[in-house]
Write a protein that binds this ligand. Structure first.
Ligand SMILES: NC(=O)C1=CN([C@@H]2O[C@H](COP(=O)(O)OP(=O)(O)OC[C@H]3O[C@@H](n4cnc5c(N)ncnc54)[C@H](OP(=O)(O)O)[C@@H]3O)[C@@H](O)[C@H]2O)C=CC1
Ligand SMILES: CC(=O)C(=O)O
Ligand SMILES: [Mg+2]
Length: 646
């Protein structure tokens, strides 16, 4: 679909084109939306196709108008007197028809277009101007009433997945209302559109699939990715979130069904970071799956083959990265999400110097955890370098966080990073990472292999290392046992314990367990949200250590400055900006993150700090630098309020 704002047809009136149900005769309009739909996927360049010129923002653009193949054969009329213009009713199952339509987005199609639909909020004037009379009941309601009604509806669903589906339905029906709902009720709806519910949605994505919400690029599209990108209705893309579905949260390989993750992340880019929805493109690269259950599942939506690896994988990714740059330019931000670590680090290293890329699991998580630690120091005292860190899980999240902490320590103390890394220890599935294991370690674990005797499990590692900070990033649930938390609490007055793994089922421990086993002393945060906990008559609220605090603001900062590369200093800037948003009041409650209810203000501040760093590093292309970056960032943010249609 081509969505053309404030457009007027220049030439080639659409009168020769068949009209679909409820479409109006062709006419000149200056309304909200001239939408020309050419949804004939796979029908490129057939005889009968022609180009149509339209005026978009004072520029003449050519679009391809696709002819229906069976039009000539379908003169019959189906019962009820409705002309079977497209032949779709009379065609037999073995005849081909083309699913195409060309329409002006008024009348019925306007109600079916999620970008422009306002539902019951169309005004009387709009109903007249846009052929909506009779298509809607007489009432005209405000967006606020619509929000109230939708929230009441959503709250009636007890099952989280039903809430998720209700939100997705809304997004496909009325995009602005979806974002208004999400922005105004962010703390309540974040767990619905994001972790933990999005995890279950991905597991069941095949069963609940209704409408494509992003681009599926599989091995079948090899050699054609540039064309595939053109099938997406929007062409002014600023942010892409891409996954290959191999490490979806802590749920493992979900193949093509990982699509829920880029869709969810990008809805946060809009709701939390103010990036226009039409500028966001969710992508799933499908190279197969090694998940046997999915391969056997009738409802699985992806390629039914085991994962392609090596050159075949690399070539598809390479074609994708080139096509993206060619289609959207140098400054499109590409966020890698939930790739398995054997690809994630390599992709980041490979494209980090040629594209504006960012790995959320490695870098975004690092930035959010560092922010939480900077805030936590106000509660426990000392500098970063005076603390000792132990990670359970030495993958993308764990080693990414560790590296940023070591970098920040190095900046603060002047000591080389090789030295500051020694304050950080890691346990993986084989025990403590130590020098004697060096030969067998993946490259990203090697900097963390310190001299020590072998330690086989977490509780012994805690007792041996005596960390002040324990961070869970293993994806393995319930690994912070009573013994582990009690050991941490035996030598720390206020142990800092972060259980980062998602979704809730994979959390290293629950909030209740953390407070109970530490006798209320833990400074605790989790990747997925937990409600407040009462222990010994006192209420404890834990924060959410999730990269959702960082990537929307970081992305906004990169975009408003026209950044061409991501640099570690930008991650540090984002951490500092986030840590500064933690108030004394938050800290008094034991919270090391500010509430999500303020997230748009927080994102604007993060964006401003990141943009300032982009300018400072000479990586900005939007010149001159705005004087007040916070105000500028706020002014650039998407608002979901309805627009008035002429
Ligand atoms: N809160 C947030 O914002 C974020 C949370 N996460 C979460 O972090 C988790 C891990 O993600 P990521 O780092 O990308 O995953 P990786 O697969 O890259 O790393 C997982 C690591 O955990 C280790 N591990 C797995 N099981 C165990 C176990 N039972 N005991 C000890 N170590 C174990 C693995 O060991 P080995 O190498 O030996 O196999 C590996 O080192 C996921 O649940 C994810 O949802 C991720 C990003 C952001
Ligand atoms: C939050 C996130 O990015 C993850 O769990 O993978
Ligand atoms: Mg992730």
């Amino acid at each position: 679909m081509f969505s053309l704002n404030n457009s007027t047809i220049l030439k080639n009136s659409l009168s020769g084109v068949s009209k679909g149900w409820g479409q109006q005769p062709p006419r000149k309009i200056s309304g909200p939306a001239l939408v020309v739909v050419a949804a004939a996927v796979g029908s490129n360049g057939r005889p009968g196709d022609r180009n149509v010129s339209v005026l978009v923002d004072n520029t003449v653009k050519e679009i391809r108008e696709v002819s229906p193949v069976v039009e000539k054969e379908s003169k019959t009329t189906v019962s009820g007197g409705v002309g079977d213009v497209y032949g779709e009713d009379t065609a037999t199952e073995d005849q081909s028809i083309t699913p195409w339509t060309v329409s002006v987005a008024s009348g019925y199609p306007l109600l079916r277009d999620p970008h422009f639909n306002k539902g019951l909020a169309f005004t009387e004037k709009e109903k007249d101007a846009h052929y909506l009379r009779g298509l809607l009941p007489p009432v005209v309601v405000s967006q606020e009433i619509q929000v109230k009604k939708m929230m009441a509806n959503i709250r009636q669903y007890q099952v989280p997945l039903q809430r998720y589906m209700a939100m997705m339905d809304l997004q496909e029906r009325n995009e602005r209302l979806f974002y208004k709902l999400l922005i105004d009720n962010v703390e309540e709806l974040l767990p619905v559109v994001y972790t933990p519910t999005v995890g279950e949605a991905c597991q069941k994505y095949g069963s609940i699939f209704r409408q494509p919400q992003g681009l599926f690029i599989s091995l079948k599209e090899k050699g054609k990715i540039l064309e595939v990108l053109k099938n997406w209705p929007q062409q002014k893309i600023q942010v892409i979130c891409v996954t290959d579905g191999e490490r979806i949260l802590g749920l493992g390989d979900l193949g093509c069904q990982g699509m829920g993750i880029p869709v969810g992340k990008l809805s946060l880019y809009t709701a939390l970071g103010g990036i226009r929805p039409s500028a966001c493109l969710p992508v799933t690269i499908d190279v197969g799956t090694n998940n046997e259950d999915l391969l056997k599942d009738d409802f699985y939506i992806g390629l039914r083959q085991r994962r392609a690896t090596g050159q075949e994988y690399a070539e598809l990714l390479d074609e994708f990265m080139s096509a993206v740059k060619q289609s959207y330019g140098e400054k499109v931000l590409i966020q890698f999400e939930d790739f398995a670590n054997h690809n994630a680090f390599d992709l980041l290293a490979k494209y980090g110097s040629t594209h504006l890329v960012f790995n959320d699991d490695i870098q975004g998580t690092a930035s959010v955890v560092l922010a939480g630690l900077i805030a936590a120091l106000k509660l426990v005292g000392g500098t970063l370098a005076e603390h000792t860190f132990l990670f359970l899980g030495a993958g993308e999240a764990g080693t990414g966080i560790a590296e940023l902490i070591a970098l920040e320590m190095s900046k603060q103390t002047g000591a080389p990073v090789e030295e500051t890394r020694r304050k950080i220890w890691m346990v993986d599935s084989k025990g403590l990472i130590i020098r004697s294991r060096m030969e067998s370690l993946q490259h990203f674990k090697r900097p963390w292999a310190h001299e020590h005797e072998a330690v086989g499990n977490l509780v012994d590692a805690v007792k041996a290392i005596k960390p002040t900070v324990l961070i869970g990033s293993s994806g393995a649930g319930r690994t912070f046992t009573k013994e582990v938390v009690q050991a941490m609490s035996s030598f720390n007055e206020k142990p800092i314990i972060l259980a980062l793994s998602n979704p809730t089922s994979q959390s290293e421990c629950t909030a209740e367990e953390a407070y109970m086993w530490s006798e209320g002393r833990a400074i605790f945060a989790t990747g997925s949200p937990f409600g407040p906990v009462e222990y010994n008559g006192k209420i404890y609220a834990s924060g959410q250590a999730n990269n959702a605090y960082i990537f929307p603001g970081l992305g906004l900062g990169l975009i408003i400055s026209g950044a061409i590369r991501v640099h570690d200093d930008m991650l540090l800037a984002a951490s500092e900006a986030l840590a500064e948003q933690v108030s004394d009041e938050n800290l008094e409650k034991g919270l090391i993150y500010p509430p999500f209810s303020n997230i748009r203000k927080i994102s604007a501040r993060i964006a401003a700090r990141v943009a300032a760093k982009v300018y400072e590093l000479g990586l900005a292309t939007r010149l001159p630098q705005p004087e007040n970056l916070v105000a500028y960032a706020e002014s650039c943010m998407y608002s979901p309020a309805y627009r008035s249609y002429r």
